[in-house]
Design a protein around this ligand. Sequence first.
Ligand code: NDP
Length: 326
Amino acid sequence: GLRWALIGASTIARERIVAAIRAAGGNIVAVQSGNLERAEAFAADFALPLATQHLAKAVANADAVYISSTNAQHCAQTLQALDTGCHVLCEKPIAIDLADARRMIAAAGAAGRILAVNHHLRHNAVHRKIRDCIVSGQIGTPRAVIISNAGWLPGHLRGWRLSGPGAGIVLDKTVHDIDLLRFLLASDPRSVSAAFSGPNGEPPHAIMGILDFGPTLSAQFHDDFDAPFGQTRLEVIGDAGRLIAEDCLSGRPAGSLTLHDQSGPHILSIAHHDPYAALIDNFQQAARNGAPIAASGRDGAIALATALAAIQSATTGSRTQIENLP
Ligand code: NDP
């Protein structure tokens, strides 16, 4: 495995990524935080050899960095890490501004290093199975997808996500929906129509929208921070069948899948695995032997471009074209 530095002493690193890196055979050599005490506490909890406030020190003996700071810091930290020769796995959203995302992709290209984005939903076993079913024609031609990604944002995460740069539901949840749709449909959305839902407020806590994938395929998404009884759900409607997945959009190795077709409902068996460990494994293979990255910087940038178009649509009340990325 690779030698990893963690940039950000975050909840996601604590709850998922340390275990995922270790499960994939990686070695975590340092943690960086803006706050030295938090870095030290994190290092002590996970027996890491180095805690520091300085990114340059954290990456000194690392091959790769995992960036899970607040959204507004992703760009600058990625550029700095690439500059030291590290591969970068950045959290979503890749950045909060499309120009920044483009700079990050260009810097990775110039440095000859990997830039990947932690769109872990590509690695949930339910989503892999849905994609396989679509590719093998089990539901015919897909006509529509409906994603429900509403839930309750826990109290300890109600900080920077609810105010300041990079806050709001769209850069938090909608980017995941968009990336998952691109993965499942192997197609890019062209335009988006969206409305913020729930009580007015800045930034929005909830959004509902429609992505246009062409004349015969569209997708609907609903994301909400404030729905205590929300359960995630994904439905793909084809002209020869329908797939329904439930409880599949979290970070847990969870979810069920049912195929409805001519011969009735079939509950499909799913071999679950940790999506984050699978993602780290893919990243390490890409670094070691050039395997294709599941969600690249470009994928992260397309998710961001689409999310920003959704915000513009909801703000202006009109359908918005999604900016193309080369
Ligand atoms: P946290 O709020 O837990 O951590 C983000 C940053 O906030 C940390 O790097 C830390 O900064 C600072 N911080 C952490 N704890 C505290 C505290 N108690 N008081 C003050 N500041 C604190 O964020 P998340 O882990 O929820 O999210 C981090 C990133 O990961 C985001 O970009 C998010 O979008 C993404 N994410 C992705 C998920 C996925 O499945 N792909 C799931 C969840 C989040 P410092 O390190 O400088 O101390």
